[in-house]
Design a protein around this ligand. Structure first.
Ligand SMILES: [Zn+2]
Ligand SMILES: [Zn+2]
Length: 251
């Protein structure tokens, strides 16, 4: 197999897992706890996985909590029901993310409990110096790994640069537009998008997640499988994380 193809597939799943495990399930919901050491360790790993489009934990959590509170209404940061055009929905998400990050958008205190804070990483996440350095890492990897004469592989470089928003966009769009519903009683249009979820490691069980936001396992039916949850269970067995006895810290 071509080394660039291995890099692409490996990076895709690594970034999808870190977004689901660290940003969504830990920073936004707090389904489990970890020591300060592991928190910093996984924060750094998330930045590494998402590269130049790295989303910081504070802003991600606030944006995501607004999504749960106002799902598929005009106040939702990313609803395909309100914005059927994918690119308009992404523009809206980016504007909301930027406003929250730069504090031009004020968020009510009820959304700000138990945030994961690390100012250095927050500043880094919107520093152009960091973005250019992180983006260059992939340029060097490609220069090293692309076989001589096979220049078409360079077309895949931007995918590495924008993996965080690309994967977030897929979840936000498909997860509220395409698929089936196990729970009819949610006020939004959330869906479970199987089998696309296999590429996004558990995040596309949006209907299950919105209906039972206190559960860390997003799968319900026998044929549904939440890959990220299984890895979290393993991390819990290894005592790297421990599930919160009181359930999610934010739901
Ligand atoms: Zn959530
Ligand atoms: Zn959702």
């Amino acid at each position: 197999m071509n080394p660039i193809a291995i890099l692409l597939v490996g990076h895709w799943f690594f970034a999808a897992f870190m977004q689901s495990f660290f940003l969504h399930r830990y920073a936004a919901h707090g389904y489990f706890r970890m020591s300060r050491f592991w928190e910093k360790f996984f924060y750094l790993i998330t930045a590494l996985a998402q590269g130049p489009s790295f989303l910081n934990a504070r802003t991600y959590a606030l944006l995501h909590r607004l999504h749960h509170a106002f799902s598929d209404t005009k106040r939702d940061p990313h609803s395909p029901v309100v914005y059927p055009n994918f690119f308009r929905m992404m523009m809206r998400t980016a504007a909301m993310y930027d406003g929250i990050a730069r504090r031009t958008i004020k968020v009510k205190p009820k959304f700000t409990k138990n945030l994961v804070r690390w100012r250095l990483m927050e500043n880094l996440s919107y520093s152009w110096v960091y973005r250019i350095l992180a983006g260059s890492l992939y340029v060097f990897l490609y220069l090293w790994l692309v076989p001589p004469g096979e220049y078409h592989w360079y077309l895949f470089l931007p995918l590495h640069w924008f993996l965080g928003p690309i994967q977030g966009g897929i979840v936000n769009y498909l997860g509220h537009k395409v698929g089936y519903r196990n729970y009819q009683n949610t006020r939004d249009n959330s869906r479970n998008t199987v089998p696309v979820d296999l590429l996004i490691v558990g995040e596309l069980y949006q209907n299950n997640h919105h209906a039972r936001a206190n559960l860390c396992n997003f799968a319900r039916k026998k044929f549904e499988w939440d890959a990220t949850y299984e890895i979290i269970r393993l991390l819990a067995l290894l005592r790297i994380v421990r599930f919160s006895e009181a359930g999610a810290r934010w739901k």
